[in-house]
Design a protein around this ligand. Structure first.
Ligand SMILES: Cc1ncc(COP(=O)(O)O)c(C=O)c1O
Length: 390
């Protein structure tokens, strides 16, 4: 009986503290949000720069709806390729300083599409163990041999590359890493990884979902932050986080983009993004470039929060706006999250399979427009609650 089977599986999840349910937010993604009529300090949104509710970006979307309507009506390769899609791709290429770019419907689509277009059966893909789930799924979908190296462990990566270097064509090996790790908030050692990619003739792809808009002098992301300029790196990122809208991109050479248009199935076989969301993304990138103060506001808050935790003896791997506190046990992480919620602070407990077994955590994320008073209250409340559960 399917119902019995489902009930049994749900019970298993509940028993392990892994059951998930949806919260219903009844306000924009602001530093304070409304859930069930009550206001909470929001500490688990990826709207890092506060752009998801920015008046200029909303205006750009509304104007585009007036001009182009709501839906794209078809896939990009059929009738859905509209002017805002092209304009956004040109804007992204200019922002990322690449020859070209291609818009995908989400980061999940982009990772599935790019990875499975670049490698396939008989090839190798080397992936950091803490890479995002969409990368893992892209690697599995590709059919390539999937080699995972321990988090940021360059020497194991080198051993793996050495071992699988008998193949001679460049297309046979792909290294892929998050720029900023989504659940850990630390930054990949990209200079070392790039050296290995060059030494062992492998392609290198970076998922900059959490670096774009946040890292680097101009917000261009992890490569800018680390001073890396290399035309061969395949860059991917999303619009749903610091950019505050929705969708994703691949950025790189013209040849790469031409290839993806022809080979990336999650790009080909899906209705194009609504044009207005592309216009909104363009407006957000303009703001990111023209208003560095927003990024500075975020980083001031990041430094304050990390220092506050460390001073209280709470360890975190976070060196960016993503600041995890590892709790370990999934049920305990949920209990702490519930207690914080009762006290008006909304931080989700992140549990397996989103993170490795035994590393359930509070994943705190900061926004540039959090008020200092709210942050101080949240920090004190977290310190006190975590200590009570120790
Ligand atoms: C590192 C990383 N890559 C890809 C994605 C997927 O992006 P999207 O939410 O646009 O599907 C996410 C976010 O969920 C992410 O954290």
């Amino acid at each position: 009986m399917p119902q019995d089977f489902i009930e049994k599986k749900l019970k298993e999840l509940k028993d392990k503290g892994l059951y998930r349910s949806l919260n219903l937010v009844d306000s924009p993604q602001k530093p304070r949000i409304k859930i069930n009529g009550k206001e909470y300090i929001l500490l688990c949104s990826n709207n890092y720069l506060g752009l998801a509710n920015h008046p200029k970006i909303k205006e750009a979307a509304i104007n585009a709806i007036k001009k182009y309507g709501v839906g794209a009506g078809g896939a990009r390769l059929v009738s859905g390729n509209m002017k805002p899609h092209r304009e956004l791709e040109e804007r992204i290429a200019k922002f990322k300083k690449t020859e070209s770019s291609l818009v995908f419907n989400s980061g999940y689509h982009a990772n599935l599409g790019i990875i499975s277009a670049l490698v396939g059966r008989g090839d190798f893909v080397f992936s950091d163990k803490l890479n995002h789930a969409s990368i893992v799924d892209g690697c599995l979908l590709s059919g390539a041999e999937f080699k995972r190296y321990p988090h940021k462990d360059i020497s194991v990566l080198e051993d793996l590359l050495k071992k699988h270097s008998r193949l001679t064509t460049r297309n046979s090996r792909l290294i892929i890493t998050d720029g900023v790790f989504s659940m850990d908030g630390d930054i990949a050692p990209l200079k070392d990884i790039l050296n290995l990619a060059e030494k062992y003739n492998a392609m290198l792809m970076i998922d900059d979902a959490h670096g774009t808009g946040v890292l680097g002098k101009n917000g261009r992301g992890t490569l800018e932050h680390l001073g890396i300029k290399n035309k061969d790196i395949i860059q991917m990122g999303t619009f749903g986080k610091a950019i505050g809208t929705f969708g994703a991109y691949a950025a790189g050479s013209k040849k790469l983009i031409d290839y993806l248009i022809n080979k990336a199935r999650p790009f080909i076989y899906t209705t194009a993004l609504p044009p207005a969301i592309c216009s909104a993304s363009i407006s957000a990138i303009d703001i990111i470039e023209k208003q560095p103060q927003i990024r500075k506001d975020l980083w001031d808050r990041v430094r304050y929060f990390i220092k506050g935790l460390k001073d209280a003896g709470i360890e975190t791997s976070g060196e960016t706006q993503i600041i995890p506190i590892i709790i370990g046990n999934a049920k305990k992480a949920v209990d702490i999250s519930k207690k914080l919620f009762e006290k008006g602070v909304f931080v989700q407990a992140i549990r397996p399979p989103a993170v490795p077994e035994g590393t359930a955590r509070l994943r705190i994320t900061l926004m540039a427009n959090h008020s200092w008073d709210d942050l101080e209250y949240a920090l004190e409340t977290i310190k006190e609650t975590v200590a009570n559960f120790a």
